[in-house]
Design a protein. Structure first.
Length: 227
């Protein structure tokens, strides 16, 4: 595990430097869906400090088993509003908010914990019908509405490009999301400081880094093909 992780971190480092970015601006989220708690604990012992889960029930079992470990928990899958209470209890950052209804539920639940829940807005840049995420032309209004909620904080944007055999084909999607972030920041929405771009996975994370990713979500390269 340590050798594999070191290789991935080196690739992130090289991609950042090659594009004129400081390597420390990019952080690795180890995607641990279907990975057992023991393997997650081992990964943390080898230096993983952010884990990403896609399913609430699976995450609950691991979160409860691994409490106390020095790790930040991220939710990266599709989240239903009725699961907001579980998500707020466990996750430091939720990458996949795509509606005001969900954001409002997260804010309500976060208030019960006296917590400000950090979130990212998932944008369906490629407009694939099979993917979650809000359409690009609705993002600004959504963020404006969410900014009025007292217990959530929009930290940035997330996207998932179509599956391509060639990583370079994902570049336009990543570049588009980065430009969208800049355009939204120019609006100066009160309380909104978009510092994060969650984009790039095992097959294309170096391209994502070169286009401004701050969080890359990597599972297969770390843990092998899902069973």
């Amino acid at each position: 595990m340590k050798q594999v992780m070191d290789e991935i971190r080196q690739r992130i480092h090289h991609a950042a430097v090659a594009s004129g970015r400081p390597p420390e601006a990019v952080r690795l989220v180890a995607v641990t869906k279907t990975v057992g708690a023991d393997r997650v604990a081992d990964a943390v012992s080898q230096g993983v400090d952010m884990v990403g889960e896609s399913y609430i029930q699976e995450a609950r079992e691991k979160f409860d088993a691994l409490q106390g470990l020095p790790v930040s928990w991220h939710f990266i899958g599709h989240l239903q509003s009725n699961k907001a209470k579980y998500a707020v209890r466990m996750f430091d950052l939720i990458h996949s908010v795509d509606s005001f209804k969900l954001a409002r539920e997260l804010s309500r639940e976060a208030e019960k914990y006296s917590k400000i829940q950090d979130i990212l807005i998932q944008v369906n840049i490629s407009q694939e019908e099979t993917k979650s995420g809000i359409k690009e032309n609705a993002v600004l209004d959504l963020i404006s509405d969410i900014s009025a909620l007292s217990h959530v904080r929009v930290m940035g944007l997330m996207t998932i490009p179509p599956f391509f055999d060639e990583p370079e084909k994902s570049r336009p999607v990543f570049r588009h999301l980065a430009k969208l972030k800049d355009q939204i920041m120019e609006k100066g929405i009160s309380g909104v400081h978009l510092t994060e771009l969650s984009m790039g996975m095992t097959g294309d994370f170096e391209v994502a880094v070169s286009e401004g990713a701050t969080l890359v979500r990597i599972g297969t390269a770390l843990f092998g093909t899902r069973q």
